[in-house]
Design a protein. Structure first.
Length: 383
């Protein structure tokens, strides 16, 4: 599905659903975080890139104060609410994400009135590709244009994050929304989660591709494991007397100062993962993409052994992909389910897929799903 075919299809579907033409069509992509896992809430570094798959929205202003929402991925549950009645808890299900964006913008004093929106998406949901941020960012961009708010991308990303934190009730960081909003084609976004500042890093994959393997194992970020990792990091930072683990400069000294082996492992991961982000940025700037693979694998081993958030399907996918010719691979996202990314020479993609699928089937697991991720542009108007 090309961007222009998506734009005309979603515009036509809008016209059928609402009996008028939309004023425009906007698109916001999903993202892959190349490296920098569990670093965001430690004030650290992440390196996401936007992918071609994403959420498109056709939209038009209304003369009243109503918000009308439909999604082709949730046709059975349209939403129709008054903007003045928007408050956390007033909208449930998928519609809370876009409604939350209007709530966040209006709460910040922006003049946002009634609007009809219709969404279509080619992004798998709940697979760690950040469909929720794509849904929010597409909404924020459409509203920004239609009501002439003139807000820069970073402000729109922050409004989208406030929607997810305060309206949906998911305490995510700014990574997903920044990536969807700010990424550029053929670039990764180096994001400093302390300052919110970002820079564009050239990402020329050349003879390689990033193959995403959805392990189809349950993705349960909201459970206690995620909260307990965050709490352990905060506790370690407190014991070490630093504002966040990002500030640990002397790893050996920090490890010697911590009596609890669990906390030592958590610190080891966070500190080395920040270093790996910096190392990957250096390699990309030098055009040495093949060497990035080893750092992805090192990240995976650290997430598996030090941070202890990997899951069996991810470990099998990474090991099998490496044996079949991938240059590196790691689990992505919070852990305990979701996807793995692998850096694969273009001519090895069929072998890697075949090997991983048969490794899964031979263990009695469902076959994984695959997606090829190319560094694509961030959120934009399509038509
Ligand atoms: P992820 O962001 O990793 O895909 P989340 O659990 O954060 O996973 O967000 C997935 C949720 O976002 C879905 O359950 C759904 O409520 C909403 N969503 C995403 N894309 C769409 C879409 N095209 N139409 C309707 N809802 C969507
Ligand atoms: Mg999400």
């Amino acid at each position: 599905m090309t961007a222009s075919s998506t734009a005309s299809t979603v515009a036509e579907t809008f016209a059928e659903a609402y009996a008028r033409r939309p004023s425009g069509v906007w698109h916001a992509p999903g993202r892959i975080n190349l490296i920098g896992e569990h670093t965001d809430y430690n004030d650290g570094l992440v390196l996401p890139f936007a992918i071609a798959q994403g959420v498109s929205v056709a939209a038009s202003r209304r003369d009243d104060d109503l918000l009308e929402l439909r999604s082709l991925q949730a046709i059975e549950s349209p939403a129709f609410v008054s903007l003045s009645a928007l408050e956390p808890g007033s909208v449930s299900g998928w519609a809370a994400y876009p409604a939350g964006v209007l709530w966040a913008l209006r709460n910040a004093g922006h003049p946002v009135g009634g609007i009809s929106l219709l969404y279509d998406s080619d992004l798998p949901q709940g697979a760690g590709l950040s469909s929720s941020a794509a849904l929010e960012c597409a909404t924020a961009l459409a509203v920004n244009d239609l009501f002439g708010l003139g807000l820069p991308g970073l402000e729109l990303a922050r409004a989208a994050q406030r929607a997810e934190n305060g309206f949906v009730g998911m305490p995510c960081g700014i990574l997903d929304q920044s990536a969807s909003m700010l990424c550029k084609e053929d670039h990764a976004l180096l994001l400093d989660c302390r300052s919110g500042l970002s820079s564009q890093i050239p990402l020329a994959l050349g003879a390689f591709t990033v193959l995403v393997i959805d392990t189809r194992a349950v993705h349960s970020l909201v459970d206690g494991e995620y909260a307990s990792r965050r709490a352990a990091c905060e506790e370690a930072a407190r014991l070490l007397g630093v504002p966040a683990l990002r500030d640990v400069k002397d790893l050996a000294g920090a490890l010697a100062a911590l009596p609890d082996p669990v906390l030592r492992r958590r610190v080891q991961h966070v500190v080395t993962e920040n270093h790996r982000v910096e190392a990957v940025v250096g390699l990309l700037r030098a055009g040495a993409v093949a060497e990035v693979g080893a750092l992805l694998t090192a990240s995976h081993l650290s997430l598996r052994d030090q941070f202890e958030v990997s899951w069996p399907e991810a470990d099998v996918a990474v090991a099998t992909a490496l044996a079949a010719g991938a240059r590196g691979g790691r689990m992505v996202g919070g852990g305990f389910g979701g996807s793995v990314i692998t850096l694969v020479p273009l001519d090895r993609v069929p072998q890697v897929r075949e090997a991983v699928t048969s490794a899964f089937l031979s263990r009695g697991w469902a076959a994984p799903a695959y997606l090829t991720a190319l560094p694509a542009p961030g959120a934009r108007r399509l038509g």
